[in-house]
Design a protein around this ligand. Structure first.
Ligand code: LLP
Length: 418
């Protein structure tokens, strides 16, 4: 459910016509709906309120925009960050350091120092090697870093291979059968306060069974660790819950997910931590674009839009589907290939798509673009870095400016010897 709807035949974000934003800011532009983001944050939190002790850490990578983080901070969310850059954003948005979890397979020593300096709440260690380094750094500062060990449960999340993280061949976490030994050794280090386990098996998970299998294995491991006298007070179950990308699609939502977790973890007696990203932000944003022209094709016409794979890379990278709709639909339909202007065949949003008929100069949107949209944008083909807007009722504001190619050019230098 979102707040991008037709009013008087024209697509609005809440009460603001998308055409008004496009006229003022230009296209392409991401538009977020505050009401939608708030609603998703609340639905997820309320669903999990059936659990006794919960910590919610929004996965910043899904949408790191400062205004979005600020909104989520005010909804009581902490953050899951994977770089010092993300950590500084979460702090800038007003999230307390102790509500921030530091994930990621390649934390540098410099990042560890910065995170300790900022008083971060928890490090999710991805290897024994990382734990040894963090312990030394923390001990030298007279600290013990609260940490969990990320375990790779070797479960197939049944999602796209490029966003699957919990199979043994993936780079994430430590192998399940070595986890107990590693946890025991890390628990003995002077600079670490090991407090639990962590897993995250993938993203856009549309079936609860893989998570059920992974969490069951995590519960068994927790029991084994406690049986050895080791402390386990926190269990981080990661993010990954999928969202509907196609109109009419129904997937297990936060309530079903929470019921599954509640059943499995009834006897865990641990604080449960979650790192939702897409389920909060996915349907909270659209990418508004203008049709440059329609070109005849061998089979279907090519609708060439002014958004491209540099603005929204998901279709090119993961064969992802984003619904495409006209901002002022005429009621006519067409079957078309929807493509961007970049000089690569992968700059294709959809092939043979049955869609609203559009022509040159018309505005259209790619829906469900609030997660892994603007944050994955780049400037390939010397295009601008796409701007972002947030709508709240009948008002709106630019929350990230367009960075023009000229600004990027101005940061480049030609050495005097050239
Ligand atoms: N926690 C960890 C450790 C993660 O690696 C991720 C996502 C999340 C939480 C949040 O997962 P979510 O709830 O958003 O599914 N760019 C890809 C998705 C990559 C996800 C990477 N990790 C896409 O556009 O589909």
């Amino acid at each position: 459910m979102d707040h991008f709807e037709l009013t008087n035949g024209e697509l609005h974000a809440e009460q603001v016509p998308l055409a008004a934003i496009a006229a003022a800011v230009g296209t392409p532009v991401y538009v977020y709906s505050r009401a939608t983001l708030t609603r998703h944050a609340r639905v997820f939190r309320e669903a999990l309120s059936v659990l006794p002790r919960v910590h919610l850490a929004f996965a910043v990578k899904s949408n790191p925009n400062l205004a979005v983080l600020k909104l989520l901070a005010s909804e009581g969310y902490g953050a899951d960050v994977v770089s010092a850059g993300e950590m500084h954003r979460a702090l800038a948005a007003g999230m307390p350091g102790e509500h921030i979890v530091f994930s990621g397979v390649g934390k540098t020593q410099r990042e560890m120092h910065e995170a300790l300096e900022a008083g971060l709440g928890q490090f999710n260690l991805e290897s024994e090697e990382e734990g040894v380094e963090l312990s030394a750094i923390a001990a030298a500062r007279g600290k013990r870093a609260a940490a969990t060990l990320r375990v790779n449960p070797d479960v197939d999340a049944r999602t796209h291979a490029k966003i699957s993280t919990g199979k043994s061949e993936n780079k994430f976490g430590v192998p399940y059968d070595q986890a107990a030994g590693i946890y025991a050794r890390l628990s003995a280090l002077p600079g670490l306060a090991m407090r639990g386990l962590d897993c995250h098996i993938g993203s856009q998970i549309t079936d609860l069974e893989p998570s059920r299998a992974a969490f069951t294995k995590m519960g068994e491991l927790m029991g084994a660790l406690r049986g050895q006298g080791l402390t386990v007070t926190h269990m981080d179950l990661g993010g990954g819950l999928g969202v509907p990308y196609r109109a009419g699609e129904t997937l297990p939502g936060p309530a079903e997910y929470a019921a599954m977790v509640a059943e499995l973890t009834r006897d865990w007696d641990a604080t449960l931590m979650f790192e939702p990203g897409r389920v909060i932000t996915g349907n909270g944003g659209v990418l508004v674009t203008e049709v440059i022209r329609v070109k005849a094709g061998a089979v279907h016409p090519f609708v060439i839009v002014d958004a491209a794979m540099n603005d929204l890379v998901r279709p090119a990278m993961y064969d992802a589907w984003h619904d495409f709709a006209a901002v002022r639909p005429t009621g006519q339909r067409m079957t078309a290939n929807i493509v961007g202007p970049i000089c690569e065949s992968s700059d294709t949003f959809a092939m043979a798509r049955d869609t609203d008929a559009v022509g040159a100069g018309d505005l259209a949107v790619f829906r469900t673009a609030g997660a892994y949209g603007a944050t994955m944008a780049n400037t390939y083909n010397s295009r601008a870095l796409v701007p972002e807007v947030m709508v709240d009722g009948d008002k709106w504001a630019v929350v990230a400016e367009r960075i023009e190619p000229a600004t990027i050019l101005a940061a480049e230098r030609v050495p005097e010897w050239l």
